[in-house]
Design a protein around this ligand. Structure first.
Ligand code: MG
Ligand code: MG
Length: 254
């Protein structure tokens, strides 16, 4: 973890654009593989090969001991699901795929929730609204705003649907480390004040994690997989972005 918030130079941002594009392309590639019957292990193998073929290194592999290149979290699993040969997608599932890559020392980080075949309408809406929550947050990632503006925008949109906003996991700064300060929460906590003031050239991973029910999490015995405490479905949508003067630039959406 880097110790302070950094504002990146133009040449550094150029490197982050390259890493971000590779992450976005990897997720687009993974999306083409999503179908009933495929295992999360196969998705992971394909994604890692794709990242390496295009000159990247998977960020997640070995991170605090994480054993894979993707996090694959199905239905009530929110984040950090571990790919497995035993876990095969079924019609009606949703799967959140989180991916990170390093190119030339710089990181990109992004996540999508994909539908497997026909998904129940209320779950489909959760997935769509979680994506919208990201864009509401990203609109606020402009110079002069504060972190709370991102948090409020995400939370208000989710709350309008009665959804739960996950609190224990948050977005983050990103650069030469996958996780840099500041933390980027998706909810307003009065104790945190306004949060830091945003400056052009800061790079953030904004990542709403939203559930149909509770915001509370439970952790699996594997020490990684975080699921909703009430078993309700959850979705995750993330992009790495650059804070700009008037708008943010999304690096991982291609
Ligand atoms: Mg991520
Ligand atoms: Mg992230």
């Amino acid at each position: 973890m880097a110790e302070r918030i950094t504002v990146k130079s133009q040449s550094q941002l150029e490197k982050m654009r390259v890493a971000g594009r590779l992450v976005g392309e990897t997720l687009n590639f993974v999306e083409t593989l999503i179908r009933p019957g495929i295992s999360t292990y196969e998705l992971d193998r394909e994604a890692e090969a794709f990242i390496r073929k295009h000159g990247g290194v998977p960020s997640f592999l070995g991170y605090n001991g994480f054993p894979a290149s993707l996090c694959t979290s199905i239905n009530e699993q929110v984040v950090h699901g571990i790919p497995s040969k035993k876990v095969k997608l079924r019609e009606g599932d949703i799967i959140s795929v989180d991916c990170g890559a390093i190119v030339d020392g710089w990181h990109g980080d992004a996540a999508r929730t994909f539908l497997v075949g026909e998904v129940a309408p209320e779950v489909k809406q959760l997935v769509e609204v979680t994506r919208e929550c990201f864009f509401k947050g990203a609109e606020q990632a402009v110079e002069g705003n504060h972190l709370i503006d991102i948090a409020r925008a995400v939370e208000q949109h989710a709350k309008a649907y009665g959804y739960g906003v996950i609190r224990e996991m948050v977005g983050h700064g990103i650069g030469t480390h996958m996780h840099e300060p500041p933390e980027v929460p998706n909810y307003v906590d009065p104790r945190m004040g306004k949060g830091v003031k945003l400056i052009e050239g800061m790079t953030l991973a904004v990542e709403p994690m939203i559930s149909l029910g509770t915001w509370k999490l439970v952790f699996a015995p594997d020490g990684w997989t975080a699921s909703t405490a009430d078993g309700s479905a959850a979705a995750h949508y993330e992009n790495t972005l650059i804070v700009g003067k008037n708008s943010s630039e999304l690096l991982t959406l291609v």
